[in-house]
Write a protein that binds this ligand. Structure first.
Ligand code: UDP
Ligand code: MG
Length: 239
């Protein structure tokens, strides 16, 4: 496909061989609903399993990016965003916990309401009780400290203008704070309830205890960064 894509779907993955074929099928079906030129960027975060690259989708270009070592979801997402050519970026997990079919509604909201980011709220989460509890504690601490009242910052499913996404800084843990980072840079954010499914195959990649400690340290960094990051941005030449 030679035309400049309207959408870039960016999906980091680490050892998700069993999930990739269905993931690509579901993304392909979703992009057919959007009926716009699109690219699918699959970022291999140093996977150690073996997977066969499925045959290219007839309708959409698939770009495979490869990190030289496992670097974490934030890093893979960051490099995928940086290489995206579309005007809008759709972010999601590779394990099919997100339903790609939610993205068209999110994009409609983004355009209709003049937003820069629409982020999902996982209603009926399919995670363990401990996981949901720690998430909800982390969410309320974050909301108070960062003045970010996003209901579910941990939901990867997002539709975001590329111009805003490309300003996200590169650090491990960044992906958990995308709404707060964009809010503090002056972008407009909306939310929308989305599906959340049980992991399709394979295992979660982050141990619970480690995740909680890291998220707390990251929150302190975020407090500093949200106050210190550039508030101004270049206006679009057309505006
Ligand atoms: N992931 C990644 N690099 C990592 C760990 C995870 O790219 O080092 C990807 C993973 O393949 C999945 C997404 O990030 O697509 C979310 O990871 P996971 O499902 O393990 O997290 P959970 O849903 O348990 O929070
Ligand atoms: Mg998952």
């Amino acid at each position: 496909m030679n035309s400049v894509p309207t959408f870039s779907v960016v999906v980091p993955f680490y050892n998700e061989a069993e999930n990739l074929p269905r993931l690509i099928r579901e993304i392909d079906a979703m992009l057919r609903v959007l009926e716009q030129p699109a690219e699918i960027i699959l970022v291999n975060d140093g996977s150690t399993d073996t997977f066969a690259q499925p045959p290219a989708s007839p309708a959409f270009a698939i770009r495979w990016l490869q990190l030289n070592q496992n670097s974490g979801q934030s890093a893979a997402m960051y490099y995928g965003i940086q290489s995206a050519q579309g005007e809008f970026i759709i972010l999601m997990d590779a394990d099919l916990q997100n339903d790609p079919m939610d993205a068209p509604r999110m994009w409609n909201k983004l355009v209709d309401d003049g937003l820069d980011l629409v982020t999902g709220i996982r209603t009926r989460r399919h995670d363990t009780f401990v996981r949901r509890l720690s998430s909800s504690i982390a969410n309320s601490v974050r909301a108070t400290l960062l003045q970010d009242h996003t209901s579910d910052t941990g939901c990867t499913l997002k539709v975001v203008r590329a111009e805003a996404a490309k300003r996200l800084p590169g650090w491990n843990g960044m992906h958990r704070f995308i709404p707060a980072l964009l809010l503090s840079a002056g972008y407009k954010i909306g939310e929308m309830p989305v599906e959340h499914r049980a992991r399709n195959a394979g295992v979660s990649k982050v141990a619970g205890g480690k995740r909680a400690i890291r998220a707390t340290v990251d929150l302190l960094g975020m407090l500093w960064f949200s106050r210190r990051q550039f508030k101004g941005r270049l206006l679009d030449e057309d505006r």
